[in-house]
Write a protein that binds this ligand. Structure first.
Ligand code: DX5
Ligand code: ZN
Length: 212
């Protein structure tokens, strides 16, 4: 599978966000990872549908929108209308039955709906919907902030998931050139990286180093 790199804009310089987005686009990014936080599910607040809509206007990249919010399905259409291409919803915030009905609702549309799991959430939680999913995001930090320490617990989860899931597996949190190749060898094929890319002196080589 092609390794996709998704710079996470939570680590970008917000005072010049359009420039930062164009920088990573020119540096070879495949997706743009946008962390949506509501201050309830995670102890931080970031962007909403309005910012996603504005980013859609300046970026040609598919938008990988990561909902770290309570009641995510209440806002799903807002993010779809704003231009999200992939939306991941934390399995800790919804029932699998509501996930199933949402997946049915968007079936056939161009938007992809994936499940996100925190580091300590077992893969068992998504067993009831695994056959309906084509995108899973595995957190390698406890969500809320960029620049946190990578949690190696994610390696065995990736391996376990890849055994029974042939679609996209994204990893998000503390991803860098030290762990990137091991994440890929375990079976991840989408790497979200914030600090490693946006703090790099050369975004090009940072992205290349993740691709391995
Ligand atoms: C955690 C955030 C971060 C972000 C990536 O809630 O979701 O993981 O995407 O930031 P870094 O790569 O700096 O951990
Ligand atoms: Zn994220």
């Amino acid at each position: 599978m092609k390794i996709l790199i998704a710079p996470s804009i939570i680590a970008a310089d917000f005072s010049k966000l359009a420039e930062e987005i164009k920088k990573v686009e020119a540096a070879g990014a495949d997706l743009l990872h946008i962390d949506i936080m509501d201050g309830h599910f995670v102890p931080n607040i970031t962007f909403g549908p309005g910012q996603v809509e504005a980013i859609k206007k300046v970026s040609g990249l598919p938008l990988d929108v990561h909902l770290m919010i309570e009641n995510p399905f209440k806002f799903l259409n807002d993010f779809i209308k704003a231009g999200a291409d992939i939306i991941t919803v934390h399995i800790e915030t919804v029932s699998t039955s509501s996930f199933k009905s949402q997946l049915k609702k968007i079936k056939g549309s161009k938007v992809r709906l994936g499940a996100a799991l925190n580091p300590n959430t077992s893969l068992k939680k998504i067993e009831p919907i695994i056959d309906l999913l084509d995108f899973v995001l595995l957190m390698s930090v406890n969500p809320g902030f960029c620049g946190q320490k990578f949690m190696p617990i994610v390696y065995s989860k990736i391996t376990g998931l890849r055994k029974k899931f042939r679609f996209d597996i994204e990893v998000d949190g503390g991803v860098n050139s030290e762990n990137g190749s091991k994440l890929v060898s375990c079976g991840a094929n989408v790497l979200a990286a914030g600090s490693f890319i946006f703090n790099a002196t050369d975004a090009n080589s940072a992205i290349r180093s993740l691709r391995g």
